[in-house]
Design a protein around this ligand. Structure first.
Ligand SMILES: Nc1ncnc2c1ncn2[C@@H]1O[C@H](COP(=O)(O)OP(=O)(O)OP(=O)(O)O)[C@@H](O)[C@H]1O
Length: 260
């Protein structure tokens, strides 16, 4: 499934945040959205899943306006993992991941639901946590559970907001490798907000760099991850190192005027 954002403008209480953002994401692609704190990355994701309604502009799924889809259709199409998932109830890990099956569950949980959930938990290495209450897990373990819940949903398009922010380097790599595999083997589409430019560069087909609510650069990682772009958008000096895994950024130091 493709998702197209067209000329989206969004303001919170007449304070403009997104300024004429357009973006086409094709089926099977991993697109990373990067940019400084407050640039509007989470706001853009929320507009893409209809949690926020842009004042102008549209979001289309395979040519159909999301404003015209019902909630069940939307839940089947889009799997969204927000930045901060607060769960006050003490569900177990298994119960939480099973909730991802909700759009598919008719009256009761089927063998197929259990099969999918077990497979996803194995994929992410959390099957040993199945019986643990969620509120007793570490931040990183919880983050993996919410990624697992989205995977269990099996939507056509995943939208992850900083899914690896609490994870150690090994688990970051595992989650991004899983994301990449979803696109390559199952044709899913992934849009991911991520601060780590190196993870973004390594695992994305396309990178979108936001600055103050507008797209500053978009394209292949090597076109976007440049010393000039990083200086202009993050206001730091950085060196780019070319490796066989892609363009890697070595941040050097902040420049004088603090933009962002
Ligand atoms: N509910 C809200 N009401 C008013 N302003 C908001 C609200 N949510 C976010 N903002 C503002 O909108 C701007 C963009 O926020 P957003 O969360 O989209 O940025 P971001 O790029 O995801 O940042 P970060 O990297 O820090 O997560 C910020 O200036 C923020 O203060």
């Amino acid at each position: 499934m493709n998702i197209a954002v067209q000329n989206v403008c969004f303001s919170y209480n007449s304070h403009p945040i997104l300024k004429d953002v357009s973006l086409n994401v094709h089926q099977g692609q991993v697109v990373s959205i990067v940019g400084p704190n407050g640039a509007g990355k989470s706001t853009l994701l929320k507009c893409m899943v209809r949690l926020l309604k842009p004042q102008t502009g549209t979001v289309h799924l395979d040519g159909k306006d999301i404003a015209r889809k019902n909630s069940r259709e939307l839940a089947k199409a889009l799997g969204y993992v927000p930045q901060n998932t607060r769960d006050v109830f003490s569900f177990t890990v298994l119960e939480t991941v099973l909730m991802g099956r909700k759009p598919h569950v008719a009256w009761e949980v089927s063998d197929e639901d259990f099969r999918v959930v077990t497979q996803v938990m194995k994929f992410l290495g959390i099957e040993n946590l199945a019986a643990r209450p969620l509120d007793q897990l570490s931040g990183g373990q919880k983050q993996k559970v919410f990624v697992a819940r989205a995977l269990a949903q099996q939507p056509a398009i995943f939208l992850f907001d900083e899914p690896t922010s609490n994870l150690d380097v090994r688990h970051q790599l595992e989650v991004f490798a899983t994301i990449k595999r979803l696109t390559e083997t199952e044709g899913r589409t992934v849009i991911v907000v991520v601060h780590d430019l190196n993870l973004a560069s390594r695992f994305s087909d396309t990178l979108v760099m936001l600055k103050q609510g507008a797209i500053y650069a978009a394209g292949k990682p090597e076109q976007v991850i440049t010393e000039d772009n990083i200086r202009d958008v993050y206001n730091i000096s950085a060196t780019i190192i070319e490796t066989r895994y892609g363009h890697y950024v070595l941040p050097i130091e902040p420049l004088k005027d603090n933009a962002g």
